[in-house]
Design a protein around this ligand. Structure first.
Ligand code: AMP
Length: 207
């Protein structure tokens, strides 16, 4: 099972990925998480990427394509994988096709999470990550435990969120017709409780 979770920032990709991955026994590949890890580890790649990320800009295609190419060659990706936050540009989508062809595998589905922009801004600005567990909370809708030590992503400040949403609308939406033309795209209403959205995602995929 090879699935892409496509959706604007804060549409719930990271939150929903865990359940989908558990259902199919596949790893989650989040380019955002990989880049943040590289940044935390202080690698050269992490330092380069940090300049773009802290400004709410996309990291160059060659960097993320390289990361994904390496990651999907790992043994745990043999049964498949779920891509979260990749591809984000047409060049990345084309590179992914090439990588999959080289590995003699094919994409099964692209799940597009639809959420109105006003809600996305509120979700991102009030989003917090538990530093110890990596679990994602929302200060209003899904409050964290009182003793959790929380991280507020620098790129979840309102001006950066708006920049990232503009980029999504300007660049990433080009992927919608790209996958629609191949009958791979499933549009999922991303508004609702975690369980409601999860049920919609599950219903779009084979059992
Ligand atoms: P995310 O956690 O998916 O919201 O990603 C956080 C940030 O990492 C983005 O705003 C970009 O700066 C960078 N990033 C993650 N994935 C990609 C990608 N596929 N292409 C370019 N930049 C990316």
């Amino acid at each position: 099972m090879i699935v892409i979770l496509l959706g604007p920032p804060a549409s719930g990709k990271g939150t929903q990925a865990g359940a989908l991955c558990a259902r199919y026994g596949i790893p989650q590949i989040s380019t955002g998480d990989m880049l943040r890890q590289a940044q935390a580890a202080g690698t050269a790649l992490g330092r380069d990427a940090a300049r773009f990320m802290s400004a709410g800009q996309l990291v160059p295609d060659s960097v993320v394509i390289g990361l994904v190419g390496e990651r999907i060659a790992a043994a745990d990706c043999q049964p498949g994988f779920l891509l979260d936050g990749f591809p984000r540009t047409l060049a990345q989508a084309q590179a992914l096709d090439q990588l999959l062809t080289e590995r003699h595998c094919k994409l099964d589905a692209v799940l597009q999470l639809d959420v109105p922009r006003t809600l996305l801004v509120e979700r991102a600005v009030l989003r917090r990550t538990d530093k110890a567990t990596g679990k994602i909370y929302h200060l209003k809708y899904n409050p964290p435990p009182a003793d959790a030590v929380l991280d507020h992503r620098g790129d979840d400040q309102e001006d950066k969120v708006n920049k990232r949403l503009d980029d999504f609308e300007r660049v990433t939406t080009a992927l919608i017709p790209y996958y629609q033309a191949r009958n791979l795209l499933h549009r999922i209403d991303g508004v609702g409780s975690l369980a409601e959205v999860q049920a919609r995602l599950f219903a779009a995929l084979p059992g």
